[in-house]
Design a protein around this ligand. Structure first.
Ligand code: HAM
Length: 416
């Protein structure tokens, strides 16, 4: 688990702001659910899921309830839907931390942050397209270019069960040819063997049956419509027949966004799909659902690698240097802030030299300086810290206008 310090933390907040902007414009409202849920909410994701079987932070609380820190948010959204029964289609987004007891490494943490959306109550394949397109738009807004979208369909539950059986038979026939780890995975969840990156397994994964041959007519038509919609929106994608995703609730469409710059074990920046049976499993009415979650930690690593969406905080407009006791400095700072400017100041009545050093380091466009003479005359000295503008002495009442007129910042300072 990590501390996120400024200025990096500011980047995290802006990341969430951009995400909220993209999805709110598409009619999604924010859902806030508790970090803790009854353990049963997550075990219904399926106990063949690694996240549930091995990675849960669960414990018994003082009231003898078995509860868990959420490992993801889709189950909580479905639990909330079953509880509140909002009108459909219910379009929500979320942002917040999740907890998985994984082996930490670059891009994989025990507490990590996700943003995501879910839509409950609509079966439309073009909704799957909308959901994917919003993630795509968000990546474009961040400036990421090396993103590959891979899609697959797991079919209806019957298709999926027949496929899982066929996979089991295939991998069992290989016997010792499969790596030891994959033989363990096979016992629990044959689909996940397809995820193995081990050299020894590749040949047998290559010859394994493919889900496409097991799709019912309905599932195949649904998938074809999703692909057609992606083409209509010019979103590039690849069909990946071996894509299975780590969570057990998926049916029909699944997809993943892979970053081009990260290690293959951590290259999934986000993913999602349909989970039409999950609300029912959580005690609600049969309700189709589709959505995605994007990992914030990993997406920001990809941003670092591509040199986009940097951590630089919005620049300060002015830094107030007061060497006349501090009282004038505090009022000037307050006036400038009230006028909407971004302003910081020096504290502790430090020397001119020390405060100018701070002004320099702050990146502010102007230093606004008050000494005893200025205090007596009701003036300030304005010194441009960048460019070749002249230092001037002006009356305090003209300060805001002066800063605004002489600013070199073409962009509004807080835009991102
Ligand atoms: P997921 O694939 O388990 O899906 O997680 C989505 C994203 O969260 C991953 O692609 C990754 O970027 C990030 N992530 C997962 N685990 C970690 C970790 N330990 N450290 C850092 N980042 C991590 C879900 O969670 C589904 N709820 C997605 C979904 C929404 N499906 C339908 N709706």
């Amino acid at each position: 688990m990590r501390d996120i310090l400024p200025p990096e933390s500011g980047r995290w907040r802006r990341f969430n702001d951009v995400f909220a902007d993209v999805v709110e414009r598409a009619g999604y409202g924010q859902l806030v659910t508790p970090l803790l849920e009854d353990l049963g909410v997550f075990t219904r994701i399926g106990d063949a899921t690694e996240v549930v079987a091995k990675e849960m932070y669960d414990f018994v609380d003082k009231g003898d309830r078995h509860i868990a820190l959420r490992p993801e948010m889709t189950a909580s959204v479905c639990r909330a839907y079953a509880e509140h029964r909002p009108t459909t289609p219910w379009k929500v987004f979320y942002a917040g931390p999740n907890f998985r007891y994984e082996k930490p490494q670059r891009g994989r943490y025990r507490q990590f942050e996700q943003v995501g959306i879910e839509v409950l109550g609509a079966d439309d394949p073009f909704l799957d397209v909308e959901v994917i397109a919003l993630a795509w738009e968000f990546y474009q807004r961040l400036g990421l270019r090396q993103i590959a979208l891979v899609v697959n369909s797991l079919g209806e539950p019957d298709d999926r069960s027949r496929y899982v059986e066929a996979l089991r038979m295939h991998f069992e026939s290989v016997g010792e040819g499969l790596s030891e780890q994959s033989r363990v995975t096979l016992e629990r969840n044959p689909l996940r063997v397809l995820d193995s990156k081990r050299e020894r397994d590749q040949e047998h994964i290559g010859t394994a049956p493919q889900i496409a041959d097991f799709l019912s007519e309905d599932a195949a038509a649904h998938f074809a419509a999703v692909l057609d919609g992606l083409r209509a929106l010019d979103i590039p994608f690849a069909i990946e027949p071996k894509l299975v995703r780590g969570l057990d609730y998926y049916r029909r469409t699944i997809f993943e966004f892979q970053g081009g710059t990260l290690d293959s074990a951590q290259n999934a920046l986000g993913g999602g799909g349909r989970y039409d049976g999950l609300v029912e499993a959580l005690g609600g009415p049969a309700t189709p659902g589709v959505g995605f979650a994007l990992g914030v930690d990993r997406t920001l690593l990809a941003c670092d690698d591509e040199g986009v969406f940097g951590a630089a905080p919005p620049p300060l407009d002015a830094f107030v240097v007061d060497i006349a006791g501090g009282r004038a400095g505090v009022t000037i700072t307050a006036e400038l802030r009230a006028a909407g400017l971004a302003v910081d100041r020096g504290y502790d009545n430090r020397s001119m030299k020390a405060q100018m050093k701070l002004a320099n380091r702050s990146g502010a466009e102007f230093a606004v300086i008050v000494g005893d003479d200025e205090l007596a005359a009701g003036t300030v000295v304005v010194k441009p810290m960048r460019g070749d503008g002249e230092q001037v002495s002006i009356g305090r009442s003209r300060l805001v206008d002066h800063l605004e007129q002489h600013s070199l910042n073409q962009q509004p300072p807080h835009e991102n």
